[in-house]
Unconditional design. Structure first.
Length: 233
């Protein structure tokens, strides 16, 4: 079934930061939103749901646990979404390189930032309408072509891996009419982005949503920033 009252979005990873802001922005624009948190504790998202008049439903999933992603699919199996947005990411120490990063840290970033978001896409894609959009939160730091400064070496590698996996997904599903987007939100002041970031959430997220809206029903895969500009691979 399709939720009543307008277009529908499923936002994965929305307890705080950019994910929370996305959920709030789509609510402001009149969408029905299902958004997820990882743990069982109460979050700002639950408070937002309480004031949403029933237009925001909170689900729980840890995307690094495949069984939880499958269970989420099963709970939502009768719902059709216009948008699936997978927002997930952890950062690394800016100065840490492959010369000194621990294997555990490297694996954690790759699993959280690249493998797990794509597993979500693979598992939940059928919940998205044929003319709908599947978007994944990437980063400008995932661009190989634009990396001329270094820093955040492992984080960059994880986002580049995400981009590559999304391209492979698009190639495997070349006949799928859904629009596929990798979104670079800019350097935003969040827990992940840090206090020195150039953009506020209010400067980034409305642009992210405008960019997604502008690409609706166009099909194909694009790597775009929050202003709708193409990011070099």
């Amino acid at each position: 079934m399709t939720a009543t009252g307008g277009r529908t979005a499923l936002i994965i990873g929305a307890s705080r930061g950019l994910g929370y802001a996305l959920a709030a922005e789509y609510l402001t624009r009149g969408w029905q939103v299902t958004a997820t948190v990882r743990g069982t504790g109460r979050t700002r998202l639950h408070d937002l749901a309480g004031s949403s008049g029933g237009r925001l439903v909170v689900e729980t999933v840890d995307i690094t646990v495949p069984e939880q992603v499958t269970a989420l699919h099963d709970r939502l199996a009768r719902t059709v979404f216009d948008l699936l947005f997978v927002n997930a990411g952890v950062a690394d120490d800016r100065e840490e390189t492959v010369a000194d990063v621990s294997t555990d840290t490297f694996v954690h970033l790759m699993v959280t930032n690249a493998l797990s978001p794509m597993r979500v896409v693979e598992t939940l894609r059928e919940l998205v309408a044929p003319d709908g959009t599947i978007a994944v939160m990437s980063s400008g730091q995932g661009s190989v072509a634009d990396n001329d400064k270094g820093g955040f070496e492992i984080y960059r590698a994880s986002k580049s891996a995400l981009n590559q996996l999304m391209r492979s997904f698009a190639a495997r599903h070349a006949d799928d009419p859904r629009t596929l987007l990798l979104i670079a939100p800019g350097w935003v002041r969040t827990d992940l982005g840090g206090p020195a970031a150039l953009l506020t959430i209010d400067q980034s997220i409305p642009g992210v949503v405008d960019t997604i809206e502008a690409q609706a029903a166009k099909g194909g895969l694009q790597y775009l920033d929050y202003q709708g500009r193409t990011v070099r691979w």
